[in-house]
Each structure stands twice: as C-alpha cells, then as structure tokens.
Design a protein around this ligand. Sequence first.
Ligand code: FE2
Length: 230
Amino acid sequence: MLFRQLIDAQTSTYTYLLADLSTRDAVLIDPVKGQVSLYLKLLEELELRLSHALDTHVHADHVTALGMLRDLTHCRTYIGHEGSVSCSDESLEEGMLIPFGSYGLRVRYTPGHTDDSHCFVLEGAPSKTVFTGDTLLIRGSGRTDFQNGSSSDLYNSLHNILLELDGDTQVYPGHDYQGMTVSSISEERHHNPRLQWSKEEFIRQMDSLELPNPKFIDIAVPANLQCGKS
Ligand code: FE2
C-alpha cells in the first residue's frame, strides 16, 4: 500500500494519500484547495487513479478541495450530512466502508469537535491505523465552540470510540502545530492531558478555553458548505 502524509503549511493541515499499488486506486483524506496542483502531479507521477476524496468534517480553517477534485478527476466525494453539505456525492455514515483496491476505510461517527466529525479506520493493511481529523490531535483535541460542537459528545467520541481501538493503532491527526506527525492510541491514552480528565472536568476545561476564531473561518465555512467551489 502507498501512504503519504502531505502538509498545507499555511494552516498546518495534514492531507493523506492512500493507494492500492496493484489496482492503482487512491483516496485523499482532507484535501486542501490550494494544494490541488500538488495532488494532481503526485497522482500522475505515481500513476494512480483518484477514486474517492473525503473530508473528516466541514473545516473552519481551510477551504476543501473536494469540489475541484471531483470536477478534475471524477472521483466520488464524501462528507457527513450533519454539516448540511449537499454538494458531495455521498454522506458519510457510521460503519460504512469506503473501498480502494483491496483496502478500505471504515467510517466512525465521532461528533464533538463539530456535529459532522468522522474518523476513518484503515482496513486490509497489516498495521492498524486511524485518521482522526480534529477529534483527536496529538496531545490534544479539536475545540468544541462552533459548528454545533459539544464537549460532552467529544468526550464520548474520544473515550467510547477512539480509546476502544487497540493501543498499537497509529493515530494520524488532521492538524499538528508542534511538529508532530503520528502517535498511537496507547501513547495518547497515557500522555494526552485531555484524556486524563473526568467527563465533568473535560467539559469544564473545554468550555472555558476562549480561543480566538481561526483566521479563515469567515471564508472557509461558507466555501466548504459548497465543497470549496464558491
Ligand atoms: Fe476542524
């Protein structure tokens, strides 16, 4: 299997390219509109066919490439329907499998950061891997103060879904601002400060963060409701 972790340096967003090298089918997770030419060049050089492009949630900090990639490559696009996005081909649903060659991504519904947040568990590969979007970040988590976020839902998603995965599952987040690229479920269970709190403490801490809004929120959210095409 081919695996590439790509970064949009302006927003510290990670995009993941996965492909089955025998069938040449590829998937992009959380592609960024400003990086489309990079993705197309990579797909061409590696002789891959983009089958699917998916967003973990409606992003507030960058514009998605889903709409552009669908126009340019005819891939299928996916995003959760809770975000009221009507421009993708299909809505992400708990338990659905998005196949690429002999591999697949199993969709888990993990609301909390936003009400349309999903994580993707890789299936068919020898190593265990989960793509966590902004639900679980390395030593942190996504915020819960806009886009129908809920600290209580995020606690449940973290503890009842992600921490239920095997400890040696590799964790690939949607962002990192400290230079980290990958972690594991057991590493986060032991060292992520937000995973040490009781539910009451988690809700209290998350609801008192008072973070500034992301720089591009006024551009990104309306654009992303149109799959990045407006
Ligand atoms: Fe986010």
